[in-house]
Design a protein around this ligand. Structure first.
Ligand code: NAP
Length: 419
């Protein structure tokens, strides 16, 4: 750093990296002057649309260059990025990353390394890309004891669910998402909730000071949701969303990801297509909703450039310290103890006493029923039940016993209801 001039390097020049580089080369900031000095790639021969003289395939050229103050990591995957970020922080360089996999894996360790070395580490783009949500959570809401955070933080699955709400089957909606570039050829990470889980792990760290492990976060995706579920949701004035839900009530902390029925008037129901939203609840703020583009090169680059400028301002004033992470006041709550309300569809034989037997099983498991609708007669009747809130444990045991009944041919679906 010289006066307000900073030397920057970028690791990666793919989808996000090329957009970041384009922004850096054009950036006109009245206060901070940025000089892009090196870009790490794996193949120097590709045509990139910027000066090839910036390219290197040797990470050590960046790590050991004393002139470089700040490095932007946009390689993707956990390795080698994780080792690179550690080495850079330990070598006194500030780091900005968009990498949710790395921050979910070892965010608190990296924050500590940054603090010990008096450098900045920011990752605004890692959770909701273009939506500024981490900085408000860390800084603006620092005085607030947060109770609950619920996010639609995977644009691909939200695109698919929105198309299903409009009448597509799951298969058609996925194909549309792939054709438009919203879904990868292998969509597993997005549709099975894995991407949303990593983001929930980062939000857990920043909102509640907890680093749950991958196994601690119950995760269910959207690949079993059907058009018929949407038809039923509509009849109940609801829609279906994949939600990452983190709460920290008096009974403890829990983070989970699953599809839920959301009331059509709820703010999360209006988040459509590839958009994302993060809803935050606290005692004094009641409810805040941050929404916008949660993916894409330009919005992601915008968050990265914002982080770069913040880090530079902090370096100018030698205030690179993070706010201390929040500490969890209550303990952890296991998923089996979480209270949920369920929407359940059953294919049943319409025989006398079926409903009474099913109600009896729920009763034995301390689950009470809010509403029941029966459609059809004979061997192909359908029962649709919505339960009141009950422990996951008790709901799961009820469904196991109900599916064993000879009068129940199939538990067609069971989806939680967002409360
Ligand atoms: N896509 C989004 O909307 C979005 C939103 C938020 C966050 N992110 C995050 O942004 C990051 C980057 O994603 P992306 O889509 O830009 O990835 P990408 O298109 O695959 O680009 C990766 C870049 O890294 C380079 N690279 C990869 N491994 C390398 C290695 N071992 N050594 C040197 N260079 C290496 C590649 O070099 P070559 O060009 O030579 O192959 C390429 O330039 C990911 O962590 C992603 O999760 C993405």
């Amino acid at each position: 750093m010289k006066n307000n001039s900073f030397t920057v390097a970028v690791l990666g020049a793919g989808n996000i990296g090329s957009s970041v580089i384009e922004r850096l080369l054009k950036l006109d900031n009245e206060i901070i002057n940025l000089n892009l000095s090196k870009v790490l790639v794996s193949d120097k021969s590709k045509n990139r649309g910027f000066d090839k003289g910036l390219l290197t395939t040797d990470f050590n050229e960046i790590l050991n260059d004393e002139k470089i103050d700040l490095v932007i990591e946009v390689l993707g995957g956990v390795e080698p990025g994780k080792d690179y970020i550690k080495a850079l922080l330990e070598n006194g360089k500030s780091v900005i990353t968009a990498n949710k996999d790395i921050i979910a894996d070892c965010g608190s360790e990296l924050i500590q390394i940054a603090q010990e070395n008096n450098v900045c580490l920011y990752f605004e783009a890692a959770v909701a890309a273009g939506i500024p949500v981490l900085k408000p959570l860390i800084e603006s809401l620092r005085g607030e004891e947060l109770k609950r955070v619920a996010g639609i933080i995977n644009g691909t699955s939200n695109y698919i669910l929105t198309a299903m709400e409009e009448g597509s089957t799951y298969e058609d909606a996925l194909q549309q998402a792939q054709e438009l570039g919203y879904a990868e050829p292998d969509p597993t990470n997005d549709v099975e909730g894995i991407d949303a889980k990593f983001k929930a792990m980062i939000l857990s760290l920043l909102c509640f000071g907890v680093s749950p492990s991958v196994d601690d976060v119950f995760t269910d995706g959207i690949s079993n949701i059907t058009k018929e579920d949407f038809d039923w949701a509509k009849r109940l004035n609801k829609t279906i969303k994949l939600v990452s839900q983190i709460d920290n009530g008096d009974d403890g902390f829990n983070a989970r990801v699953y599809p839920v029925l959301v009331d059509s008037k709820h703010p999360l129901a209006s988040i459509r297509g590839a958009l994302n939203a993060v809803l935050v609840e606290g005692e004094n703020i009641n409810q805040l909703v941050f929404s916008g583009p949660g993916a894409g090169a330009a919005p992601t680059a915008s968050a990265i450039i914002g982080d770069v400028l913040s880090a530079c301002h902090q370096m100018v004033s030698s205030q690179t310290n993070w706010y201390p992470l929040r500490t969890l006041k209550s303990g952890n709550k296991e998923f089996k103890d979480v209270q949920s309300s369920w929407f359940i569809r059953l294919s049943v034989k319409d025989e006398p006493g079926v409903l009474a037997t099913i109600a009896g099983i729920f009763g034995e498991n301390n689950v009470s029923i809010e509403s029941v609708i029966q459609e059809g007669r004979g061997d192909n009747a359908e029962l649709v039940l919505v339960t009141h809130e009950a422990e996951e444990n008790n709901l799961t045991s009820s469904i196991e016993s109900i599916s064993d009944l000879s009068s129940v041919s199939l538990v067609t679906s069971n989806i939680r209801v967002f409360i």
